[in-house]
Design a protein around this ligand. Structure first.
Ligand code: SAM
Length: 264
């Protein structure tokens, strides 16, 4: 890994690597693990929370491929490859499904390229999703995604890493303006529904520089103009669970909400 990661400043934690550390992955360095420890100290359920996010990502992609007829996925802020990545879930349902992973962190490309070398329907690009014009014009994106056909725009566990002055709402609209009706928007986001959220937000901001816990109303705004599919914008374990719906949610289960909406 050292060779492949040459040129990266591993003394500065990255969101992608810290998330990998929280998920128990191996593609991280001491600076990332130190952030993971700080987050765990503030909120011991952080690893579970990250796993709930990965679980809904898989359920959401399965829904999109199996029930919403989606064969094209633009996974923005994709993170490092882990278990049940978007292309694996989508291509299980639709072997022809095409997936472009976009991440600002070059380590995602380094690890993703090796992982995806055999998969002609999947690409990883390094780009800043805050520039939708550039991402949408990227030749690798255009080579794989047909914008005349529906696309899933995925911002899973991502928008809370954008500050308000990045204009996350405008960014979501720019991507959704570029896709045809029948396309879908998939968002999960840190939610400030419990007092625990504030302490965790402080830790994120102190050690990673991002991590904005928005209110349910602020997160619902991102879906304005689109039709939320059932069950709407809900705590992650309540979105089409594989097993029975939990009757009582723990504070960890209430720290993120998510949903999928259709452009009509
Ligand atoms: N979507 C994956 C998931 O939910 O499991 C990964 C989420 S991870 C918490 C957030 C990812 O967003 C990181 O890999 C980070 O590098 C990436 N990211 C942060 N800011 C970004 C930006 N401006 N453009 C593209 N990617 C960004």
């Amino acid at each position: 890994m050292a060779d492949r990661d040459a040129g990266l400043d591993v003394s500065v934690p990255s969101i992608a690597r810290a998330y990998d550390a929280v998920l128990g992955g191996k593609d991280n360095y001491e600076a990332d693990r130190a952030v993971a420890r700080q987050l765990t100290e503030t909120f011991p359920g952080i690893s579970e929370l990250a796993q709930y996010n990965r679980d809904i990502l898989a359920r959401g992609v399965h829904y999109l491929a199996a029930h919403a007829g989606i064969t094209q996925f633009l996974d923005l802020g994709a993170g490092l490859p882990t278990m049940e990545n978007t292309h694996q879930v989508a291509q299980r349902e639709r072997p022809d499904a095409r997936v472009v992973y976009v991440d600002i962190d070059p380590i995602v490309l380094a690890h993703g390229q090796a992982f995806l070398a055999e998969n002609a329907h999947t690409k990883v690009i390094t780009a800043d999703l805050r520039d939708p014009g550039e991402v949408l014009a990227n030749p690798e994106v255009r080579a794989l995604v047909d914008f005349e056909q529906p696309v899933a725009i995925m911002l899973v566990g991502m928008l809370h890493h954008l500050h308000d002055n990045d204009d996350p709402g405008g960014i979501v609209r720019a991507y959704m303006d570029a896709v045809v009706p029948g396309s879908h928007l998939f968002i999960t986001h840190f939610c400030d529904s419990d007092p625990e959220a504030r302490a965790l937000e402080d830790t994120f901001l102190t050690f990673l520089g991002t991590g904005r816990f928005r209110s349910r109303a602020e997160i619902a705004e991102f879906f304005t103009g689109f039709d939320l599919v059932e069950p709407g914008l809900v705590y992650l374990p309540l979105w089409r669970p594989d097993d029975e719906e939990p009757l009582h949610l723990t504070p960890t289960e209430r720290l993120m909400i998510g949903g999928i909406a259709r452009k009509t």
